[in-house]
Each structure stands twice: as structure tokens, then as C-alpha cells.
Design a protein around this ligand. Sequence first.
Ligand SMILES: [Zn+2]
Length: 253
Amino acid sequence: MAHRRQSLVPDLADLVLPRTCAGCGVPGAILCRRCAALLAEPHLATPRRFPEGFPPTVAAGAYAGPVRPAVIAFKERGRSELARPLGAALALAVAAVVAGVPEGWAAPGPMALVPVPSSAAALRTRGRDHVRELTAVAVAELRAMGVPAEEARLLRRRGRLRDSAGLSAAQRRANLAGTFVATRRPGNGLLVLVDDVVTSGATLTEAAGVLAADGRPDAPPVLAAVVAATPRAPRETGTGGQVDQLSGPGERV
Ligand SMILES: [Zn+2]
């Protein structure tokens, strides 16, 4: 169903809108080659205040220059056809963060892409869940690359208190404090949180903490991948770290 809807949207957009690059505005593709190339620079995201517990996170590009209007057009202006190029960028970031995982962390199950849930208010305003749209494309891209991957909606925003039956003690604590709650226990594959943009890292840190709360002590750490990361300083291009710097569990704790 999702695939069908995605395939129809660009066709309708073609009929009513002139196609311009959502990044730089040149006529032609919805995201021109030059702008797409800015989202093919996977690098470790390094938030300025590096929160304790921030998961190893790879961004496909820097949230700067033409990438900003492209992401905003997708997220806030309803240009859902951008899910395809931006989701492909997200898949690249996922592949990069997983490639940095040492052998010893190998997990038996398929990799689980866990979308960071939007708030109920944001979902109402946008009328759609843009992170899940990105996730669906990224899963399809990864599978096309031969990587077993699936979407796993393991988190939801905290609204009303959830019935805590069936939750572990750690999950119950998380249920009482914070933004996210676990909806169910993770499977036995690597967990990769996915989101559109990382800025302070607070959201990914909290989400990773909730996911890890119920993990086995020897479980691989929760990883994260995003389309774009806010550069640490305006002049930085975002190539702040090499992905192969991941070296072992606990490095970033
Ligand atoms: Zn462009």
C-alpha cells in the first residue's frame, strides 16, 4: 500500500508543479545531482555538547546549505516525493554505521530500523509521519543491497501512561519519565534508530536509552542513522569523523 501511494505522488506532482530541485531550485529533478551528492558524505555526527549516552550516529550529510531547504520541503512543505532520495541517503547512513560495527557485535536477526516517533501534534499538523516514510524507503534500499532489514516500531511518544503489565522494571521506569516508551521488546538484530536530522543529540540519546533499558547486558549498543546532522560550527562541512572510528562497546558512554 505504501509503495503504491509513493509511486503515485510524484506523478501527480508532475502534473501540477514545475519540477525544481528542493535544495537549490534549479529546474529538473526533485533533488539535483549536486544536492544529492551532499547527502552521500556519511560521517559520524558529533553534537556540540555530546550528551552522555549519545549513540554512535552516522549522518548522510551535513544539515547546511541546500540540504536544509530540501529536508524542510520534505518535512514541513508536503513534498513527500523527496522520501525517495532522502530515504536513500538514510539507507547509506545506516549501512555506514553498521559497517563500523566490530565483528564481535554481530547480531543474528535482521537489522531493525527504529523510527523516532513524532509528537501527536506534529503528526496532526503534517498529516503524515515523515520519518516512517524515510524508514520505508531506507528498508527497501537496504534490502535491494542485500542487507536484511526491517522497520521496527519499538518506540512511541509518551502520552497517557501506558499499562505497565508485561514491561520490565527498566521499561516501567522509562514509562514514568521522559518522552518515549517502548512498545515491545526488541528482537535479536542490531537496533538502528532512524530520524531526519540530529542537532543536539538529546532525542536520539533518550530514545537509545529507552531501547537499551531492556537489552541484554551483552547486547550490541543501539546505533543511529540520520539524513543530516547539524554541523558543529557554521564553517564546518560536516565531515567531522570517519565512520571506522567505532571501535567497541561503550566507547561513547
Ligand atoms: Zn540542487
